[in-house]
Design a protein around this ligand. Structure first.
Ligand SMILES: [Zn+2]
Length: 218
């Protein structure tokens, strides 16, 4: 799509009151989306209230994070790429750029409410596996890719709970445990904040509760 076409699509979404989730893998695609969002927001400042989402944001540049913050775009990183395809990214882009794929730490430092996803069925929707990836950034080889983009466990958990609910306008009902919110939760066999970064991947779901009712038991 041309920049103009992207902008027109965003205006159409704005008039329909629709949230936009745009697939941007490369830094040029991210730039095109950010510029289009900025242009639309100049004309319609409350476009920001529709919480535009940048899906993957794989090669989102550290120098683009300020524009993400300014426009209110929510990045959703496919951070498990680090583990599954880290070596491929190094081959394709060189180490310097590969180290900054899925730059969650840079987003965190800007106070941007990012989320994580697995592009299922590309990878199974394993949220704890994704939390492990974001915290450790280990590749299949065992080497770390982009140590400076690792984030604390609590922030990784927030990305798949509080921020995920916010991304879908469900923060009043889901995302955290509060009186009055839906009782949607999982029971784990260990405390992810206490087990240590390496063991996160081995934390298991014992029980899943949906709207107050158990729908799965291990
Ligand atoms: Zn995709």
């Amino acid at each position: 799509m041309s920049g103009q076409a992207v902008q027109e699509a965003l205006v159409t979404a704005y008039h329909g009151g629709l949230q936009v989730l745009a697939h941007c893998n490369g830094d040029a695609a991210a730039e095109q989306f950010l510029q289009a969002v900025a242009a639309v927001e100049r004309e319609f400042p409350d476009f920001r209230g529709l919480r535009p989402v940048m899906i993957h944001a794989q090669l989102l540049g550290l120098d683009q994070m300020e524009a993400v913050k300014r426009t209110g775009v929510l990045p959703s990183f496919f951070v498990a790429h680090v583990y599954r395809w880290g070596e491929v990214h190094i081959r394709n882009f060189g180490l310097a750029r590969a180290q900054h794929i899925s730059p969650a730490r840079a987003a965190l430092e800007q106070g941007i409410p990012f989320t994580f996803h697995q592009d299922t069925p590309v990878l199974p929707p394993d949220m704890l596996g994704t939390v492990w990836c974001a915290v450790n950034r280990l590749m299949e080889s065992g080497a770390v890719l982009g140590a400076d983009q690792r984030i604390p466990v609590e922030d990784a958990l927030r990305a798949v709970t509080v921020h995920a609910a916010y991304q879908y306008f469900e923060e009043a009902r889901r995302g955290s445990l509060r009186p009055g919110k839906a009782a949607d939760l999982v029971l784990l066999d260990a405390d992810p904040l206490a087990v240590g970064p390496d063991a996160l991947r081995r934390v298991r779901v014992l029980e899943t509760v949906k709207a107050g009712e158990t729908i799965y038991r291990a």
